[in-house]
Design a protein around this ligand. Structure first.
Ligand SMILES: [Fe+2]
Length: 435
């Protein structure tokens, strides 16, 4: 496959969204190599706690090992016939072992095979119980950054800190916003929102600042009108601060600015986001100042990146404590899972705000999400039918500014898309072995 012929500096071929071969190669060369977000340590607090998810297409289980206390990420398949061992999205292992529902092979939290029924049948047939191939294999690399667990399916590559680079600061800020110095996942499972479209439409739309005024115009107008009526009757409505900013202007988004980083990571804003003008809750401010002092509190709360992208697997909102996880299913199907976090030591109204944001913006019942999905599906259909050959991304092309490892541009520049394809091409054309 001629990967290079699919991507030009300011446009991409339709096949990047529709070809099964391209998708398979992405799973191998991007999702099979990058550090992918798996979960947060608070999801597996007690020994034996586990969650299941996928890394690319590989099903995995993240489990707290009762013996070592370590968090392991195992491939979620039996070493016997390959059946998926654990189907529940979350749980705790009974008697300290996973048990395959097909033939009853059991596995410890480190993935090693513990037992199988009627073991005599495996004598003198070339079976070695200690051979890791018969266990649930550990994912080659697992690392934690401030409570967030990432893993990589490749044996070699940069360490997590190097991989994240400057985008780490988004995670730092989310955690620093907790007076108690930690965040904690709320709820057992995240919202799942099925997108009948290629995974890249979601990551590309994240920093597409030209669409809200058009794609979300209907929602913003209707919401504004409704909120006005409500506030006249009942006083200030808490939903207003979450949903109203979607009516931002072109100038507003341009001023926010875009920062592209190596490996496809990126963020908009820095000091300003459409969600940075929240009224500060006095009791929260007090708890922050008690924990960090006035100066540091000011510094933390004035850091307001708009959406951050940790390419390719998740997007982070530091100032509202939410993460969306990208789960590719096939070339034209993607699950977007969204998680909310509580700030330890913060008053309950901060969590209420986070949940309100999640419900109105990220959940499958979101007021703006369906607008976006509708647009992805329209492109997916055009690309699949051949109605369009090349998909354009030339807005403000050539006007970006290189500043060390960062590439910066005005907020409505298509650099947001081009920066992802720079990384995409690097991953996709790198034929080196990683295992
Ligand atoms: Fe949108």
């Amino acid at each position: 496959m001629q990967i290079r012929s699919l991507v030009e500096p300011a446009r991409v071929r339709r096949e990047v969204y529709t070809s099964e071969d391209v998708f398979a190669l992405e799973m191998e060369r991007i999702w099979g190599r990058a550090w992918l977000y798996v979960g947060h340590e608070s999801q597996v607090k007690s020994p034996g706690d586990y969650i299941t998810t996928t890394m690319g297409l590989t099903p995995v289980v993240m489990v707290r090992d009762a013996r070592s206390g370590a968090i392991n990420v195992l491939v979620n398949r039996c070493g016997h016939r390959g059946a998926m061992v654990c189907e529940a999205r979350t749980g705790s292992i009974d008697k300290g072992v996973f048990r395959c529902p097909y033939h009853g092979w059991t596995f410890r939290a480190d993935g090693s095979l513990r037992s199988q029924p009627s073991p005599a049948g495996y004598k003198d047939v070339g079976f070695d119980k200690n051979n890791p191939a018969f266990g649930m294999p550990g994912v080659p690399r697992v690392e934690k950054y401030r409570g967030f667990i990432f893993a990589s399916l490749a044996r070699v590559g940069p360490d997590l800190k190097t991989f994240l680079g400057e985008i780490r600061e988004t995670i730092d800020n989310m955690v620093d916003r907790a007076p108690g110095g930690e965040v904690e996942v709320t709820g057992k499972v995240g919202h799942r929102f099925r997108h009948p479209a290629n995974w890249k439409f979601f990551t590309e739309n994240l920093h597409d600042a030209m669409h809200p005024m058009v794609a979300h115009a209907g929602t913003s107008a209707a919401v504004r009108q409704y909120l006005e009526q409500l506030s006249q009757a009942h006083g200030p409505v808490p939903e207003a601060e979450v949903i109203a900013p979607f009516g931002g202007s072109y100038d507003f988004f341009d001023d926010m600015g875009f920062v592209g980083l190596p490996r496809g990571h990126a963020y908009m804003g820095g000091k300003k986001s459409i969600f940075s003008h929240y009224e500060v809750y006095p009791d929260y401010l007090k708890s922050m100042e008690e924990a960090h002092g006035k100066e540091r509190t000011k510094e933390i709360l004035s850091f307001n990146r708009h959406n951050s992208l940790i390419y390719p697997s998740c997007t982070v909102r530091d100032n509202i404590q939410s993460i969306r996880v990208v789960i590719p299913v096939s070339v034209n199907e993607t699950i977007i899972e969204s998680w909310t976090f509580a700030l330890k030591g913060a008053p309950p109204n901060m969590l209420e705000r986070t949940l309100r944001y999640s419900r109105l913006v990220n959940s499958p019942a979101s007021m703006v999400g369906p607008d976006d999905v509708n647009c992805y599906v329209r492109i997916q259909q055009s690309a699949a039918s051949g109605a369009i050959e090349w998909i354009d991304m030339r807005r403000h092309f050539g006007r970006e500014v290189q500043d060390g490892a960062r590439t910066t541009a005005t907020g409505t520049s298509d650099l947001a898309l081009r920066n992802q394809y720079t990384a995409w091409l690097e991953y996709m054309t790198d034929t080196g072995e990683r295992s």
